[in-house]
Every structure is written in structure tokens, then in C-alpha cells.
Design a protein around this ligand. Structure first.
Ligand code: SAM
Length: 356
């Protein structure tokens, strides 16, 4: 439930999230900040009106960042004159309400110092840095604020996608997905994706949940935040065991940890309610040959340890391999398949059900 006090006039925000998880974010919002109203969507963005101040939005576990909405416009030229259009629009926007929300969250600032971050997707005859420079000079002329690219208290976001331009003010100082971890490895999962996996597994009180390739423990930590469960984490490597211990200690999460190979799990048959696992996908962790060998032996192990009616939620880019292996597992079926976007990759999130 929200702890904010609804004000008379709702402010508009946008939330950034991993593409493909819009429904998960809307679900968390409806549950935890029910007074907030979703007023629009774009890929990876949810627009929200809410009168209770920004704090409850920054507590959501399914999102990357919270921005105060400033403006958006369509019809931006993809040629060089698009930069002049950005400058013209930014010279007219009212940053006042957004800066008030920022100060409500982080306290007043003495002299406003700002920077603009420009992003761009699509075909344009200009670069993101040029978008930032055009917007920055318009804001400086309109408000007289100082620019500092490193030590700033206001960060204005100008996001150009094809001919669309969205302007906002960042409210969360760094991506919320960096929360909950003291150790972050190269293959660590984005916690917002881990949160989505846990939600989509349909958490039930006191169920037995296993992450058999737990790495730094992101999934275990997100599952713990969703209610009581008997958590088990295993991984083949001692380094992962040390890292998961540090992250669990830092977040106060209790789990049974075992160093074990996922191809030969040291667990009784049919004893696990849910398996939640972010498998190695690519060369960041293992070669394709090794991945293939691992998956071939892991899927039958997964089938063995799950109880009848149990579920697995798996994340992988190796969709062809996964689908063919699940087809060969007599009691498993894929009941859900969606693609999510994480750092330029498009892994599939599968839900597997073991027959009763
Ligand atoms: C993509 S990472 C998981 C990252 C984890 N979700 C996190 O947030 O840190 C895959 C993990 O599989 C583990 N792994 C690789 N081969 C394994 C095997 N045969 N048995 C168990 N774990 C294995 C790696 O050590 C790595 O931690």
C-alpha cells in the first residue's frame, strides 16, 4: 500500500522498465500504489498520474527509474534541423513542477546545476550528444542554470525515438535495479527481471523455491521480498557461493545454499514447488557447446526435482535448444513464453508446468 498522501492535483511521471514487462509493472503499481493511474504506455515506459508524491513510486521493485514527466512531442525531423526543433521545444517547456518533485524527494537545492542526457533510437542525422547540447543550451537560456556534466542536481532526459521526443527529469539518482546487492557479477541478472520471474511464478506462502544456478542470488532476494518461502540456492562454483552469501547477508534474506552442479542436483525427486532460474545464455559465461551440454542434462534434472503440478520459470536466449529439450521431457510443457529486453539482448522468459 502507498504511504503517500494523495494531493489534490496529481503529478505526471513516467517509469522506465524492461521492455516486455509492462503488465508486471502495471500489476505492481495497482497493488502497491492503487491511487496511481496509468495514463499511457510506450515500449519500456509507463506514464502515471499520482497525487501522493514520488516516494511510493521509487519503492516499486519492477521498475528501473522514476522520472517527472515534462513534455513530449511528435513530428521531430530526422535531419539536422531536428536539433533546432529540439532547442525550440525545450526553450518553451516548464521545468518548475518537475524540479519541485525532485526537491520533494531529495531536499532543496541551493543553486540549480543541471545536465541533459540525450538518447536516440531510429535513423537520425544527429547524435545523442547533439540532442543533449541543443536541449542544454535552450534550458540555460531560459532558466540561467549552470551546466556541469558530473556534479549536477537536475538531470533532464531528452529521449528521441524516431520522430517522437520525450522530456523528463530524473528523480531516482541511479537505476533502482542496482539495489539489493553488494556484489554484482558480469552475469548477474537485472533485479527487475528477477522480480518479474518471481511474480509470474505465482508465489504461494511457504512453498519450496530453488534457483539451481543462483550466481549472486538476485532471484532469491526478489522472491524473499514477495512473501515467505523456503528458499534454496545452488551453483556449481565456489565464487558464486561466496557472492550469494554476501548479498543475502546484506539484504537479510535467509536461504539454504549448496554448491552443486545443476546437471546432478543433490535434491530428492518431486520435492520442489518452483524452480526459478536464469541460465547461462551466451559467451559472457560459457561457450555455446558447454551451454548445450549443460541444458541437455539440466532439463531432465529440473523435471525430476519438481513436484507434480510444480512450475519452473526460466530465462534464456537459447530458445530453440530449450523448446526442443522441453518437448523431449514427457511431463513438462511450456505454458507461457514472452520476450523481454535486457541490455540489448532479447531473452525468452518461459513458464514450464509439470503435469499433476
Ligand atoms: C546467468 S548466471 C546466473 C546469474 C544470477 N541469476 C545472478 O543474478 O547472479 C548463470 C550461473 O550458472 C552457474 N553455472 C554454470 N554452470 C553451472 C552448472 N553446471 N551447475 C550449476 N551452476 C552453473 C554460473 O556459475 C552462473 O552463476
Amino acid at each position: 500500500m502507498s504511504s503517500g498522501t494523495p494531493h489534490e492535483k496529481p503529478a505526471r511521471y513516467y517509469l522506465s522498465l524492461l521492455g516486455g514487462l509492462e503488465d508486471v509493472v502495471a500489476g505492481e503499481l495497482a497493488q502497491r500504489v492503487p491511487e496511481a493511474e496509468v495514463v499511457g504506455r510506450r515500449p519500456g515506459r509507463l506514464f502515471v498520474e499520482y497525487g501522493g508524491g514520488p516516494k511510493p513510486l521509487t519503492d516499486l521493485r519492477s521498475i528501473e527509474n522514476v522520472f517527472a514527466y515534462v513534455a513530449q512531442f511528435d513530428g521531430l525531423s530526422c535531419r539536422r534541423d531536428g536539433l533546432q526543433e529540439v532547442e525550440n521545444h525545450l526553450g518553451e517547456v516548464d521545468l518548475g513542477p518537475a524540479t519541485q518533485l525532485r526537491q520533494q524527494l531529495h531536499g532543496p537545492v541551493a543553486g540549480p546545476v543541471f545536465r541533459v542526457t540525450g538518447t536516440r533510437s531510429g535513423e537520425h542525422e544527429y547524435k545523442s550528444q547533439e540532442i543533449a547540447a541543443a536541449a542544454g543550451s535552450a534550458i540555460q537560456a531560459a532558466y540561467g542554470w549552470d551546466v556541469d556534466l558530473k556534479n549536477f542536481n537536475f538531470e533532464v532526459m531528452v529521449e528521441v525515438e524516431d520522430d517522437h521526443c520525450l522530456v523528463g527529469l530524473r528523480l531516482t539518482p541511479e537505476a533502482l535495479h542496482k539495489r539489493s546487492r553488494v556484489v554484482h557479477g558480469i552475469a548477474s541478472l537485472n533485479p527487475t527481471a528477477a522480480y518479474a520471474m518471481c511474480v509470474l511464478s505465482g508465489p504461494e506462502a511457504d512453498e519450496v523455491v530453488l534457483d539451481p544456478m543462483c550466481g549472486t542470488g538476485t532471484i532469491l532476494i526478489e522472491r524473499a521480498a514477495l512473501g515467505p518461502a523456503r528458499l534454496i540456492g545452488s551453483d556449481a562454483f565456489g565464487e558464486a557461493m561466496r557472492e550469494v552469501c554476501m548479498n543475502l547477508n546484506a539484504t537479510g534474506v535467509t536461504a539454504h545454499l549448496v554448491q552443486a552442479d545443476a546437471r546432478r542436483l543433490p535434491f530428492a525427486s518431486a520435492g520442489i514447488d518452483k524452480v526459478l532460474c536464469n541460465l547461462p545464455w551466451g559467451r559472457r559465461v560459457l561457450s555455446y557447446r558447454t551451454i548445450r551440454r549443460l541444458y541437455k542434462r539440466f532439463v531432465p534434472e529440473l523435471e525430476r526435482v519438481l513436484r507434480p503440478g510444480g512450475k519452473a520459470v526460466l530465462l534464456t536466449t537459447q530458445w530453440g535448444l530449450m523448446v526442443s529439450l522441453v518437448h523431449r521431457a514427457p511431463s513438462l510443457a511450456i505454458t507461457h513464453d514472452r520476450i523481454i529486453r535486457i541490455g540489448g539482448m532479447k531473452p525468452h522468459l518461459y513458464i514450464l508446468q509439470k503435469e499433476d
